[in-house]
Design a binder for this molecule. Structure first.
Ligand SMILES: NC(=O)c1ccc[n+]([C@@H]2O[C@H](COP(=O)([O-])OP(=O)(O)OC[C@H]3O[C@@H](n4cnc5c(N)ncnc54)[C@H](OP(=O)(O)O)[C@@H]3O)[C@@H](O)[C@H]2O)c1
Length: 251
């Protein structure tokens, strides 16, 4: 793929990994379609190779209009995602559905939307951003981990059925990245009292996470892993990103 003519579409570019990956690919000379629920072109450097389009991955009309407006693309990065840190008993099924709608079905829907053009050109790369929690489970993340583990299994099966059409699919598994808005967004989606029976346990888990001094993942680690998945035809199916994720994968 030549960087001067290649185009990447990324979901969830308003902050964190998506925003960094959009900058990263622009710096490499790519054409970038940065998508956001609320478009903010001012978040990214001015460039004639940048387009910012609205996209909510849980909304079928939004997906159709975005993919139509985007036109031909060479790679899709399904990065948009939301977290949920709570015991299963403290979660309503509506909250669980909302997590799966974004993290799992949103990824599947965006992939479906771009596949016809990839298949027609017998080329294209799909990169799905999941999480290192699928490598080593942590408590209070059962719904979130389930939503991402489903994407791992989905992607590994999909890669096999797309290979005959010259289309690749990969997974990027970031570790914990406190610098993004992920933690705040997860806390916001759980606003309310914690489940009483788990309150002490939850407080201890939160304190342990806060006080941990293990290495973390930087947005740049994720961008580099996405870059490798997109540009290296020999890239492995799973790319852990960040020192903590790499250590987990090695273990
Ligand atoms: N940070 C971590 O510790 C960590 C670790 C492993 C994996 N991950 C995964 O990495 C990805 C990026 O997370 P991040 O850390 O960069 O978090 P972030 O800063 O919260 O970014 C998440 C992005 O997803 C977008 N988004 C949420 N719901 C959406 C929807 N329905 N349609 C379109 N966009 C939507 C958000 O947009 P709005 O501004 O509109 O909300 C935001 O741009 C996620 O898939 C997350 O699960 C994160």
């Amino acid at each position: 793929m030549s960087s001067s003519t290649s185009t990447l579409l990324i979901t969830g570019c308003s902050s964190g990994f998506g925003l960094d990956a959009a900058r990263f690919f622009l710096d490499q000379g790519w054409h970038v379609i940065a998508t956001m629920r609320v478009p903010r072109a001012d978040l990214l450097p001015r460039s004639e190779r940048l387009r910012v389009l609205p996209l909510d991955v849980t909304n079928a009309t939004s997906i159709r209009e975005c993919v139509e407006a985007a036109g031909p693309i060479d790679a899709l990065v399904n990065n948009a995602g939301v977290g949920l840190l709570a015991p299963l008993e403290g979660v309503t099924l509506d909250q669980a559905r909302a997590i799966f709608d974004t993290n799992t079905l949103g990824t599947m829907a965006m992939t479906q939307a771009v596949l016809p053009q990839f298949r027609q050109r017998q080329a294209g790369v799909i990169v799905n951003v999941t999480s290192s929690v699928t490598l080593k489970p942590l408590p209070l993340l059962s719904i979130y981990t389930g939503s991402k583990a489903a994407v791992n299994a989905f992607t590994e099966s999909l890669a096999l059925e797309l290979a005959p059409f010259g289309i690749r699919a990969h997974l990027v598994l970031p570790g914990r990245a406190p610098e993004t808005r992920f933690g705040d967004n997860a806390r916001q989606s759980m606003a309310g009292e914690p489940h009483a029976a788990y309150a002490d346990f939850q407080a201890r888990v939160f304190a342990a996470v806060r006080d941990t001094h293990t290495p973390v993942t930087r947005a740049q680690d994720v961008s580099e892993a996405v870059w490798r998945a997109v540009t290296d035809p020999a890239a492995p199916m799973r790319l852990p990103a960040g020192a903590d994720a790499l250590a987990l994968a090695a273990a």
